[in-house]
Design a protein around this ligand. Structure first.
Ligand SMILES: Cc1cc2nc3c(=O)[nH]c(=O)nc-3n(C[C@H](O)[C@H](O)[C@H](O)COP(=O)(O)OP(=O)(O)OC[C@H]3O[C@@H](n4cnc5c(N)ncnc54)[C@H](O)[C@@H]3O)c2cc1C
Length: 477
């Protein structure tokens, strides 16, 4: 079978692009190196329990008939009925920065009231800032998309603590850039978190992935798991197919890659890499593309839901220091800031059988990869304990957690790199994005994280946008 498009990676962007292209009668095959699909947002079974590997919360909540919002647009384009997701809305979330606390939920008025209470002199600036956001219909990649959000915010808000309060959740939920966020990402993430809010599919990430896979098959797209791409084949600087880890070659007209910018260039013959100097590893051709920021996470299982020991938030972003620091830690982890969340704290028709609490902080990839196998397990337990101690300073109710824990799983940048192929376990990929999806190589497009749309909703939108663009361009040819 000859394929029009081969897609590297069955994460959110790869699945969405595959569905969209197949809906336009393109012959599509998705190639996934791992046995499971979902990429950074997948699922796994451990000691008889099912875990989501990524999902904290689905951002960008939209009510069923809301028009023009990312969630309802995605579902319409992929032809997935809204009801099929069985979304439960968040109970309510919190932002804790240097002793200040602001609550928010899916009605954005609460966040504005809280911001006015904590920063009375800055609320007009916040309102002006939001009024100046570009609309969702603005074309991606405008001239100011890479601008520093921090610098933009300072034109509206003077109090550095108020600026940090806005940077904390937007960095943690989607910035590949140290101590900052790209302006277009900031506007997307602010809307995603504070104006639209959080929800969770009733069955966790697997229920969303099942819906995507069923749609892919229904429209004739194919997925092969345990099928890594070893090389992207080219002739005269243009893609002709791929070679799998098994040595099998598959010809195609075009490749979409969700592996990441640098990771994708590494699959090419170095002579085809546009910016690589002769003899240099293409991965290091452009430092602005070098992925950096990664995370350490623990998932604790308890018999009771976290609300029983006093933790009722859906998501809590916390920062203990006076200023918010968002950069690669010099130590194994940086537990001064992070995110706490619980899948129990969403509205649902069937309660979860057990309690679950996730804690996540920035981590240093080099530190975790240096550890010998016999040091690794102990280092994970130690880091998880220190992370919990720090989170307990922000949320004292967590002091009741340790004696209740039935089991705790942890993952590090090393785990993330192993299961997703993202260099450095970098969740949000390269600091510099390729918003039009171009790679510099003919018939090779980037989708997902390094195209520049992040998170579950962002990655789905990325796959759809690049697929639509490609179909439109072909129809005009
Ligand atoms: C701990 C954690 C929590 C998160 N929580 C949330 C959340 O609550 N809400 C939210 O919106 N977002 C969250 N995210 C972010 C979100 O998961 C990602 O932004 C999004 O899933 C990225 O999707 P993607 O398609 O771009 O890439 P990926 O999911 O990384 O998919 C890429 C796929 O390509 C495959 N691949 C790579 N190289 C090859 C190759 N050579 N051959 C074959 N296959 C290959 C990989 O195995 C992978 O499956 C979280 C991420 C993490 C890690």
């Amino acid at each position: 079978m000859a394929y029009d498009t081969l897609i590297i990676g069955a994460g959110m962007s790869g699945l969405a692009a595959g569905i969209r292209l197949a809906q336009f009668d393109r012959r599509v095959l998705i190639l996934e190196r791992h046995s499971l699909w979902g990429g950074l947002n997948s699922f796994y079974k451990l000691k008889g329990r099912m875990f989501d590997s990524g999902l904290h919360a689905l951002t960008n909540f939209a009510p069923r008939h809301a028009a023009g919002l990312p969630l309802t647009r995605i579902l319409r384009q992929l032809r997935i009925p809204y009801e099929a997701l069985k979304l439960g809305e968040q109970a309510g979330s919190r932002l804790i920065h240097a002793g200040r606390e602001l609550r928010f939920h899916n009605d954005p008025r609460l966040f504005f009231e809280e911001f006015a209470r904590v920063f009375p002199g800055e609320i007009d600036g916040l309102r002006r800032l939001v009024a100046d956001f570009p609309g969702y219909d603005a074309p991606p990649g405008g001239a100011d998309c890479d601008d520093s959000a921090r610098a933009r915010l300072s034109q509206y808000i003077r109090d550095p603590a108020a600026v940090d309060c806005l940077m904390l959740p937007t960095c943690i939920y989607g910035s590949a850039r140290e101590d900052d966020v790209d302006w277009d990402q900031f506007t997307f993430l602010f809307r995603a978190i504070f104006l639209e809010g959080f929800s969770r599919p009733e069955g966790g990430i697997k229920s969303l992935l099942d819906l995507l896979l069923a749609r892919l098959k229904a429209v004739g797209g194919e997925l092969r798991t345990n099928c890594g791409v070893r090389r992207i084949l080219t002739r005269a600087g243009s893609v002709t197919g791929v070679e799998l880890d098994s040595g099998e070659e598959i010809p195609c007209e075009r490749v979409f890659s969700s592996a990441g910018h640098t990771e994708t260039l590494r699959l090419l013959d170095p002579r085809d890499v546009p910016s690589a100097a002769p003899g240099r590893d293409p991965a290091h051709a452009d430092q602005s593309r070098a992925p950096r920021l990664s995370y350490f996470e623990s998932i604790s299982v308890t018999a009771e839901a976290p609300a029983a020991y006093g933790y009722g938030d859906t998501v809590t972003f916390f920062n203990l220091g006076e200023r918010f620091r968002y950069r690669v830690p010099t130590q194994d982890i940086d537990s001064e800031s992070g995110v706490i969340c619980s899948p129990n704290n969403f509205a649902r028709t069937t309660p979860l059988a057990e309690g679950m609490l996730r804690l996540t902080v920035l981590a240093n990839h080099a530190h975790w990869t240096r550890l010998a196998p016999d040091e690794y397990a102990a280092a994970k337990q130690d880091a998880a304990d220190r992370m919990l101690a720090a989170a307990t300073r922000a949320v004292p109710a967590l002091s009741a957690l340790p004696p209740r824990v039935l089991m705790r799983d942890t993952f590090t940048p090393r785990t993330l790199e192993h299961y997703t192929g993202h260099l450095g376990g970098a969740v949000y990929g390269a600091p510099r994005k390729s918003r039009d999806g171009t790679s510099g190589v003919g018939r090779l497009s980037l989708i997902g994280t390094d195209q520049g749309m992040l998170g579950i909703i962002g990655a789905l939108l990325s796959g759809i946008t690049i697929a639509n663009h490609h179909v439109l361009a072909e129809s005009l040819r």
